[in-house]
Design a protein around this ligand. Structure first.
Ligand SMILES: Cc1ncc(C[n+]2csc(CCOP(=O)(O)OP(=O)(O)O)c2C)c(N)n1
Ligand SMILES: [Mg+2]
Length: 334
């Protein structure tokens, strides 16, 4: 049976599109606002501990895919997927406290930046060794199958991760075992300062799927509704028991690799070209065009998000630093 025969068409009904667009706009804008505060304000004020990696310009990828997740699905966000946490219900205040090393953060101040997760919400902590999440996600999918659950593992990574050995081992294992995993690649064309052409010889990350007998699809990663529809196909395929699915989302990192990187190695025209494809601006234009929202509604949404994040920052700043006496709590079995 070919993969196409197994896929239930998931085209979003016209009546649902406006509501999905509203949710996508809310979460993309909230992610942008939280990350702008962290990278452009709090980091510069010296209030952030450790490095800062953001997904500016790439928000459509975590938003368009993780809105499709059910509570039973297990999510493996990478360092540019903050919206996964927001959609799963982690309050922005706790994320900000995490970045500031406060007890209100998900790791209770034991780590700054994004090494956070919450297993109660089925979010596995970000694994910072690139691509190491891939075999772990395959293992989680195997566990779901042993438990006779219908959950799918959502595994996020960048283009650079796909040249690591564990990426290939993980994909191969997931395919051989026909595990329910959706592999979601943000192909932002750089791995730190290394451009794609110096990182892999094939044209697309999706070209790597067929070698493992995994269906692979390329989608415009700056069009959130396109990501949502492709994600729905991928999730339906994995949930049907047919095996893993690879989704390559073409996008661009509209910032340096991290807050300390000015990214002078990026040709200027790329910032200009990709800046015109901003996923938030594009979705707003479509919403106005289709009559799904008016300008005043969009303005109100952004004002609401700004005050939501103001309150979250104030809460995080009041959260205390951890007590050094508790440093080893939860580290060793006691
Ligand atoms: C095994 C490993 N090597 C190097 C690093 C340092 N590092 C962190 S992110 C990154 C670039 C990742 O590029 P990509 O996979 O394309 O993801 P992106 O940051 O572009 O989203 C590197 C080299 C790491 N975390 N793990
Ligand atoms: Mg990359």
């Amino acid at each position: 049976m070919s993969p196409a025969e197994l896929i239930t068409p998931q085209t979003v009904a016209p009546g649902e599109q406006a509501e999905i667009a509203r949710q996508c706009l809310y979460y993309m804008s909230l992610m942008r606002e939280v990350e702008d505060r962290i990278e452009r304000k709090l980091y510069r004020q010296g209030k952030i501990l450790g490095g800062v990696y953001v997904g500016r310009g790439q928000e459509a990828i975590p938003v368009g895919t993780s809105l499709l997740a059910t509570p039973e699905d297990v999510l493996f966000p990478s360092h540019r997927d903050l919206a996964v946490f927001l959609i799963r219900g982690v309050p922005p205040a706790r994320i900000l406290a995490q970045y500031m090393g406060r007890t209100g953060g998900l790791t209770r101040g034991r780590d700054g930046n994004m090494h956070m997760g919450d297993l109660r919400l089925n979010i596995v902590s970000i694994i910072s060794a690139m691509a190491a999440c891939v075999p772990v996600a395959a293992g989680a999918a195997l566990a779901l199958r042993y438990q006779r659950k219908s959950g799918v593992a959502f595994c996020y990574f960048g283009d650079g991760a796909t040249s690591r050995g564990d990426w290939h081992e993980g994909l191969n294992f997931a395919s051989v075992q026909a595990l329910p995993v959706v592999f979601i690649c943000n192909n932002n064309q750089y791995a730190y300062s290394t451009p794609l052409s110096k990182q892999m010889a094939c044209r697309n990350v999706a070209d790597r799927g067929p070698a493992y007998h995994i269906p692979a699809e390329i989608v415009d990663g700056n069009d959130v509704l396109a990501v949502y529809e492709a994600g729905a196909r991928a999730v339906a395929y994995a949930r049907s028991g047919a095996g893993p699915y690879l989704l390559e989302c073409k996008t661009f990192r509209m910032t340096g690799h991290s807050a300390h990187d000015a990214a002078d190695y990026v040709p200027k025209n790329m910032w200009q070209e990709w800046g015109k494809l901003d996923p938030i601006v594009r979705l707003e234009a479509r919403m106005l065009d289709r009559g799904w929202a008016g300008q005043s509604e969009l303005d109100e949404l952004h004002a609401r998000i700004r005050s939501e994040v103001d309150e979250a920052v104030a809460w995080a700043e009041k959260s205390p630093y951890p007590d050094p006496a508790e440093l080893l709590d939860g580290v060793y079995e006691s």
